[in-house]
Design a protein around this ligand. Structure first.
Ligand code: NDP
Length: 350
């Protein structure tokens, strides 16, 4: 359709040291592109906001003037890509924009091939959360890498966030003692009362370390690392011999400048890792898509339908909210998996 306008956010500058601010993003409007053979035009319905996006911008993977990267749930508007038709819902990498091209030659966003979604299986928004990359991250880190056994103590940081809420419930399904770490008390209460963790400790409490150790009287057998920093240092003092750690992410460190945060994390942990024979498993979810995604999606849809896994989303309305919602997510202001609803979700009325 001629005259379709594509509002979008671009990276406004090379990010300076620290955390994002409004000055890092600029609003633009341009005509929506037309799909060429092998491509389709999709309209973003839900945009996923993830901590890694800031690390990516800080490392220069994204250049000033480029549309900000982001995974999305989108609806096909016009398709010249085999297997996809107008109206289909897809998981793709549309970025922080209303309309995007997916398919052949779309190198900026197209490295993850689109996946068609079945709205009957789960709400489509969950394709960027529990039924998507975040769920698979929790599943592969916890079940594949750390393989917790019934009765073991599993600690999950950022426990109310997109990955953490799933990881903790997976540990609970294995019969583990599950201890979450989160920020505000309402997040801790949700994790305990709604998600069924045994305990949840606030890292904001002045006596956080004492509380954590009291919640883990037999030590920590498995640690699912999402944040790093002071939380990690506290966990280190309570690891059992032969503990396993999934090094999933270091969300508290993504504003750090000019240092290899993974290296810093390893060096901090090295004396304990050596002394106690701790196994550390760095995680990149992309390594598990081919091997585990199908099995994961089938199991997860069953757990969701049976009410064995629950999840919370924090949905911000309108693409214009993206920079503020992103900043809020990084500093613990949002609650649950953070999304922006960019346009109408037509699957909701089906
Ligand atoms: P979240 O929804 O959990 O958001 C990040 C959370 O981190 C914040 O909400 C905040 O929660 C917590 N946080 C921020 N700063 C601090 C701090 N200083 N101390 C303690 N907690 C802090 O994000 P996701 O679920 O999307 O991602 C979780 C982690 O998983 C991230 O590190 C991300 O990079 C990683 N990840 C890794 C993947 C992989 O392949 N390895 C794939 C996907 C995600 P609170 O208010 O509770 O403090």
């Amino acid at each position: 359709m001629p005259g379709r306008i594509n509002p979008h956010w671009v990276l406004a500058r090379t990010p300076p040291e620290g955390w994002p601010s409004d000055a890092d993003f600029a609003w633009r409007e341009a005509p929506a592109p037309s799909p060429q053979p092998g491509q389709m035009l999709t309209r973003t319905v839900y945009l996923s906001l993830d901590p890694y996006q800031w690390g990516r911008r800080r490392r220069g993977v994204e250049q000033p003037g480029e549309v900000c990267h982001g995974r999305a749930v989108s609806q096909v508007v016009e398709s010249r890509l085999e297997g996809f038709a107008e109206g289909d819902f897809v998981f793709n990498t549309n970025g922080w924009q209303t309309y995007g091209l997916t398919g052949e030659g779309i190198s900026a966003f197209g490295y993850m091939f689109p996946r068609k979604l079945d709205p009957a299986l789960a709400p489509i928004s969950s394709a960027v959360g529990v039924m998507g990359m975040l769920g698979l991250t929790a599943y592969s880190g916890l079940y594949v890498q750390c393989a917790p056994r019934a009765g073991e103590t599993v600690v999950i940081s950022a426990a109310s966030g997109g990955v953490g809420q799933v990881a903790g419930q997976l540990a609970r399904l294995r019969g583990c003692r599950v201890v979450g770490i989160a920020g505000r008390e309402e997040k801790c209460a949700y994790v305990r009362d709604e998600l069924g963790f045994d305990e949840c400790v606030s890292h904001l409490a002045p006596d956080f370390q004492e509380r954590l150790y009291a919640a883990c009287p037999d030590g920590i057998d498995v640690y699912f690392e999402n944040v790093g920093g002071a939380v990690f240092e506290a966990v280190l003092g309570r690891l059992t011999p032969n503990a396993r750690i999934t090094l999933c992410g270091l969300a508290s460190q993504y504003g750090a400048m000019g240092e290899d945060i993974m290296q810093t994390w390893r060096e901090t942990g090295a004396p304990v890792f050596r002394r106690q024979n701790v196994q550390v498993h760095p995680l990149f979810v992309g390594d598990y898509v081919a091997s585990h995604q199908d099995q994961f999606l089938s199991q997860m849809s069953g757990w969701l339908k049976a009410g064995q896994i629950r999840y919370r989303e924090d949905i911000h309305k309108g693409l214009e909210t993206a920079p503020r919602a992103f900043q809020s997510m990084l500093s613990g202001g949002t609650f649950g998996k953070t999304l922006v609803q960019v346009s109408e979700d037509a699957s909701a009325s089906r």
